[in-house]
Design a protein around this ligand. Structure first.
Ligand SMILES: Nc1ncnc2c1ncn2[C@@H]1O[C@H](COP(=O)(O)OP(=O)(O)OP(=O)(O)O)[C@@H](O)[C@H]1O
Length: 861
């Protein structure tokens, strides 16, 4: 075909003065010859459509059949061509009968006016189309077979559509050239396209680099930004600042924010509007009319930003998109290339940014593995699911590392050499700054994971505690009153290792993780005090070594506690042993500046503890150690504190009793107990008393401030000054009492060893035994009677479960301000209702939910 005919077609029909690129020109010239099959692989926005539309209009009496994946895309193209007075039509299930009849009539007449006929691959498989196609071929009326978005042919392509595979069956006449067009064909995909579409040997390939030099790529981390929406707003302002008032509305800069879910599009759009950026959301859940209206209004420039799911964009041809944001991780490199490629189609500088959020990844991972599991034995589905996982992992690596130029993700994907980026991405612009940010992101994420691990506070997508599993976890926390230190220690070690390994895995293709980083990550999980200054304080010392020593101290100290201390001593528990060990290790750490001294001091300490254990003596530091309240990491901690407090109060009672007994002569025991019961025990506040108090205060105290204070003091949180003093006195008393009891026990043992069992000793032993038995008996009686009263009472675990279950519907209805509020409310209610039966609990929670439509951290119980 003559070049002038081609050029005049370009100008007259398409109103372009020249070709967009030499590649476009060469491809079109080749195609116009109608000699060979052609594969065009050019970046988004490079003008691929013209490569078949111009040749199609230049062949009179013939029709070009275009296979395109989406009806929306087809509609756009047909509208666009009709606006240029090109006869284009589509044949699909929505085509009206009259339209169809007239189209058929035109296609079957000698001088066909229709130049382009758009069909979906699904339609191509129908009997109606096959007989039409056979007819057109028979009468030599087909100019070209065009397969747009040809990557859909390949199972390695991101939009794999099995019906595309059947298009190869249409190659019944070698005289009809086939054109395949794609923006996203990697090496594997290209091979598949050629094979599945049965492209001929004389195939001509027109391929440009996928590198888009006018696009700047970068990544930011949502969890590291103080206000991610404000950050997004600033970014938008920056991208759009070039437009002056004189520019026509439709030609002004605009942008797309891609979100993962419909809900996200609404949230982001609302936020942007509230920050003064005009925006609309777009997703499949909207009414068709609304979707169309929003899209058109955006294209006309009536508002600046469209917050959309990935359903938006195919066929959207707007030249002035100055930015494309992904609010969360994109699906895979090919999708990311295509979606971000909607920016800067006019060739002007534009930006593509990801606001990464690791929490999003979990949801995506879940879906992808679900797809894989569902694929079972179906090979093609399995392959597709595996490809999706592979692609997604690449995106996660891209976001979580600072290894290579951002554009390299695409060149690698399309099998091209690395691009000459020259500062067209954040990494090539300032690698060090990005590395620093990535490192901080990892540390921050570890902090999050650590918390999640220690409190089993994993983010179970939407529903609090992911339904039953979460509830079970919480119930376990709730019930963990006797927390085994060995298990805890082992778990801490395992978790630390897992976290560090995970970091290595994440960076497997990246640079080595520095020792500093490992220490930093590990210190977040470490039990020792001043973990982060380990190597700076004692040269050569590592956190791992300190942890090992600490484990050893815990081990020997625990043995000492078990064998020598009064384990009935209720105000001291196993975790206190660990706390004591932490302080002991810390005292050695602070007292030494070199490794040898540190090691030898600890070795001495460990053997001293062992010696004490052998001699049945409590190690002095353990004996004088002041137990601390637990740190409220878990519900278990909270209960532990309450229990400790209660036990120590009860113990004060039994101590007085013991003292009275010792002072008394035979027969005074009962009297002392009775006196105690009447005068002392009655004064001890119980959770039940507290609850009554809370109930009355809730009624009388609208603000609930006083109640909050009581709740806090009950849980040992920031007691007020007076309370603090009382607690101190109590602790002092406990300590002295422990010491006294221990000394007595020790003396008795010594006596036994030295003198043997004299009759006096025997009498003494018998006397003590009798006293102890009586106390036990009394306790049992007391327990029995209270058990009778508490017949219908629930266990702590059951209360926790019940409260969580009763509150969950309100959580699902999003009446809780946050997940944390839900948890703390559940916890506080459970604590307050510890003495109540099932009906009372139900009634309370129902009333609570009735009274409070929205529950915030300020809501009064
Ligand atoms: N020769 C040309 N001169 C000027 N503009 C052109 C020329 N050819 C195409 N364009 C314009 O370039 C833009 C992109 O073209 P087109 O939609 O065909 O790209 P594409 O490669 O098909 O992109 P995608 O892969 O996203 O569909 C359109 O606005 C189109 O009008």
């Amino acid at each position: 075909m003559d070049e002038n005919i081609i050029l005049s077609g370009l100008k007259e029909t398409f109103k372009f003065d020249s070709f967009k690129s030499s590649l476009q020109e060469n491809a079109i010239k080749e195609i116009c010859q109608r000699k060979n099959d052609v594969l065009v692989s050019m970046p988004t926005g490079s003008g691929k459509s013209l490569c078949y539309q111009l040749p199609a209009v230049l062949h009179p009496d013939k029709v070009t059949i275009v296979f395109s994946p989406l009806l929306a895309l087809i509609k756009d193209q047909v509208d666009h061509l009709q606006a240029l007075h090109v006869r284009a039509a589509s044949l699909n299930s929505k085509t009206l009968k009259a339209e169809r009849d007239s189209l058929m009539a035109d296609l079957k007449c000698k001088q066909t006016l229709t130049r382009l006929l758009y069909i979906t691959p699904e339609q191509a498989a129908t009997h109606t189309f096959r007989s039409l196609f056979d007819y057109l071929v028979k009468f030599d009326k087909v100019a070209y077979i065009v397969v747009d978005e040809a990557h859909c042919v390949s199972q390695w392509g991101h939009d794999f559509r099995p019906d595309y595979l059947k298009l190869g069956d249409l190659r019944i006449s070698p005289s009809i050239p086939c054109l395949a067009l794609t923006a996203t064909a990697g090496a594997d995909v290209t091979k598949d396209i050629i094979k599945n579409l049965k492209l001929s040997n004389n195939l001509k390939v027109f391929k440009t680099s996928c590198f888009r030099a006018n696009l700047f790529y970068d990544v930011f981390y949502q969890n590291m930004l103080e206000n991610p929406f404000m950050h997004l707003k600033k970014f938008i302002d920056e991208c759009l600042k070039g437009d002056s008032e004189d520019v026509k509305m439709g030609d002004r800069g605009c942008g797309i924010v891609y979100c993962r879910t419909r809900e996200q599009t609404e949230v982001v759009s609302n936020k942007l509007n509230s920050l003064g950026v005009q925006s609309r959301c777009y997703h499949a859940g909207l009414r068709n009319a609304d979707r169309l209206e929003y899209q058109e209004a955006w294209q006309k420039g009536e508002y600046t930003v469209i917050c959309a799911t990935i359903s938006f964009g195919m066929g959207v041809d707007k030249a002035t998109v100055r930015f494309v944001v992904h609010w969360g991780v994109p699906k895979d490199p090919a999708s990311f290339y295509q979606e971000s490629g909607r920016a800067g189609r006019d060739g002007k500088p534009s930006k593509c940014r990801i606001y990464y959020n690791r929490a999003d990844c979990r949801a995506i991972e879940f879906h992808l593995s679900h797809d894989l599991a569902k694929a079972k034995d179906k090979e093609s589905r399995k392959a597709k699911a595996e490809t999706a996982i592979k692609g997604f992992k690449k995106m996660v690596e891209y976001c979580e590392n600072a290894n290579a130029c951002r554009h390299k993700l695409f060149t690698d994907h399309f099998g091209e050499p690395p691009p000459k980026c020259s500062k067209r991405c954040d990494i090539c612009k300032d690698k060090k700054a990005v590395e620093k940010m990535v490192e901080e992101f990892h540390v921050k994420s570890i902090e999050y994971s650590s918390r999640a691990f220690s409190s089993r506070d994993l983010d179970y997508s939407d529903l609090y505690g992911e339904g039953r599993k979460g509830q079970k976890d919480d119930a376990q926390d709730y019930a963990s009153d006797e927390f085994n230190s060995d298990v805890r220690e082992k778990r801490a070690k395992k978790e630390s290792n897992q976290l560090i390994q995970k970091q290595f895995a994440l960076r497997r293709s990246a640079q080595e993780v520095s020792q500093k980083t490992i220490d930093k990550l590990f210190s977040e999980r470490s039990r020792v005090m001043a973990a982060s200054s380990t190597s700076s304080k004692v040269k050569g010392l590592t956190l791992v070594l300190r942890e090992q020593y600490l484990s050893k101290i815990v081990e020997v100290l625990h043995a000492n506690y078990k064998d020598c201390m009064d384990v009935e001593d209720q105000s001291f528990d196993r975790r206190d042993v660990e706390d004591c060990a932490v302080e002991m290790e810390y005292s050695v750490f602070t007292a030494n500046t070199n490794m040898t001294m540190y090691r030898s001091s600890l070795a001495k300490m460990i053997s001293a503890i062992k010696r004490c254990t052998d001699d049945k003596i409590v190690y002095e530091t353990l004996l004088t150690f002041t137990p601390k309240p637990a740190k409220y990491e878990t519900l278990g901690d909270l209960f532990r504190n309450i229990e400790k407090e209660q036990k120590s109060k009860i113990k004060t009672g039994s101590q007085s009793e013991e003292v009275s007994v010792k002072k008394a002569t035979n027969g005074t025991f009962q009297t002392a107990w009775q006196v105690l019961e009447k005068e002392e025990r009655k004064k001890q506040p119980t959770i039940g008393d507290f609850f009554k108090k809370v109930e009355s205060e809730v009624k009388t105290d609208e603000m609930g401030e006083k109640k909050n204070r009581d709740l806090k003091s009950l849980f040992g949180e920031e007691p007020d000054e007076e309370e603090g003093k009382k607690v101190d006195v109590q602790i002092d008393h406990d300590k002295k009492e422990r010491k006294r009891k221990h000394e007595e026990k020790h003396k008795r043992q010594e006596k036994k060893q030295k003198v043997g069992e004299s009759s006096m000793d025997k009498e003494y032993e018998k006397f003590v035994e009798a006293v102890e038995n009586s106390v036990e008996k009394k306790n049992e009686q007391n327990g029995e009677s209270s058990n009778k009263v508490k017949k219908n009472k629930l266990k702590k675990t059951e209360i926790g479960n019940l409260v969580v279950k009763l509150l969950t519907p309100a959580y699902v209805e999003r009446r809780f301000e946050s997940r944390d509020t839900f948890k703390s409310t559940a916890r506080n209610i459970s604590h307050a209702l510890i003495d109540k039966d099932e009906n009372e609990i139900k009634e309370y929670v129902e009333n609570f939910l009735k009274k409070n439509d929205e529950i915030t951290s300020q809501t009064v119980l």
